[in-house]
Design a protein around this ligand. Structure first.
Ligand SMILES: Cc1ncc(COP(=O)(O)O)c(C=O)c1O
Length: 374
């Protein structure tokens, strides 16, 4: 005999056609944005052809909101809408170091929803201005570690929804396909000399991008391996190396968008084949090398990616292996004019780029990578 579910009716119908009609319109608007956005380009990084190794950059700075986070923001809004957590008039809240909030503000405005971004007070003025330009409100906190609880509090008090990129990035993104970043990369490589790269190299902020790519590689049974680069002081590298997801260095990263004071829930260590820890000065030296070599300005996390990618290319050259390597150009450099591209700011951080620039110039000339450089 089943126990009665307590006092009151045993059949409750909460369907709300008005609410569903709004969700239908909202989902259609987000999907229309995807259809309006052409796919991001896959750029060839110039390496000497005699090396027999090609290096590609997936240029995510060309998204409407200027970074790879446009994809994540779209997925998080669809996830919230289709889970019944975002409805008409919901205040949408996020804890973000910047890029994600820029993209989420764009979608919130598209849906006519108030958006609040909770971030460390040290976030660059350019990023704060960009979020406000897209109609968002920035809520600054002194202690970077308190962004999660503060975002949750604001969402609860306003009856709104906390998008929570650090928890939901790995589950909101469709890793099987649906033109995710991995599927896009492999389809754009199809006519290349080496269409199945030996490595894909990415950084981790939420861990969502690496999770999507790592799962896709296994789902498609591809031989390609995933390398994750991590800036100095971040928790991902020691956490993965020691198999301890509770690792927390408590240190904020100097490379915006990647590196975290704790191992975030969306980081999936089991799909990472290799990790490389990259000094901040090396990240910025590689970021500037990209501008010298291609004329393109990108952000610091792209420099971190390139440092790791160059090292892996050098290993292939040294071993006489031909093939290809892919990495990401995560966002544009215009956001970092007063920081990474300012010699005064770099000196003020006590960062000496010279030894790393020497490593990069030796690599560009010879394909060699000094053991000391990692
Ligand atoms: C500029 C930049 N690069 C890389 C990343 C890392 O991406 P993910 O969060 O998917 O690990 C981020 C994340 O915020 C970012 O903003």
């Amino acid at each position: 005999m089943t126990a009665a579910p307590g006092p009151g009716p045993t059949d409750v119908d909460r369907s709300d056609p008005v609410c569903r009609a709004w969700v239908d319109l909202a989902v259609a608007a987000v999907e229309a944005d995807a259809r309006r956005s052409a796919d991001t380009h896959l750029l060839v990084y110039p390496l000497p052809p005699e090396w027999g190794v090609e290096l590609y950059l997936k240029d995510e700075s060309t998204h409407p909101t200027g970074s790879l986070k446009h994809r994540l923001a779209r997925s998080l809004f669809l996830y919230g809408l289709c889970s019944g957590q975002i409805t008409e008039g919901s205040t949408v809240v996020e804890a973000s170091s910047g890029s994600t909030a820029v993209s989420e503000a764009y979608f919130a405005r598209m849906l006519g929803l108030p958006f609040v971004a909770v971030m460390p007070a040290a976030t660059s003025p350019e990023k704060i201005a960009l979020i406000e330009f897209h109609g968002g409100r920035c809520h600054l906190v002194a202690d970077a570690g308190s962004v999660y609880d503060e975002a949750r509090r604001i969402a609860a008090e306003s009856g709104g929804h906390y998008l929570d990129q650090f928890t939901n990035a790995e589950r909101a993104t469709d890793w099987r396909g649906n033109n995710n970043i991995a599927e896009s990369i492999f389809s754009q490589l199809a006519l290349e000399r080496n269409p199945l790269p030996e490595w894909v190299v990415v950084g981790a902020g939420t861990g969502g991008t690496s999770a999507t790519i790592g799962r896709y590689l296994r789902y498609r049974r591809l031989p390609t391996r995933l390398a994750v680069v991590d800036p100095e002081g971040s928790s991902f590298f020691p956490g993965w190396r020691d198999g301890d997801p509770a690792t927390a260095t408590g240190r904020s990263s100097r490379i915006e968008g990647i590196g975290r004071p704790r191992v975030e829930p969306s980081f999936v260590p089991t799909i990472v084949d290799r990790m490389i820890c990259v000094p901040d000065a090396a990240s910025l030296a590689a970021m500037r090398e990209l501008e010298r070599t291609t004329g393109r300005r990108a952000g610091g996390s792209t420099g971190t990616n390139l440092w790791g990618a160059f090292q892996l290319v050098a290993e292939m050259v040294a071993a006489g292996r031909t093939g290809s390597v892919v990495t990401l150009l995560c966002d544009g450099g215009e956001r970092y004019a007063h920081t990474y591209y300012s010699d005064d700011w770099v000196a003020g951080q006590g960062l000496d780029l010279l030894p790393h620039t020497a490593t990069l110039q030796r690599f560009a000339a010879t394909g060699e990578w000094p053991a000391a450089a990692g």
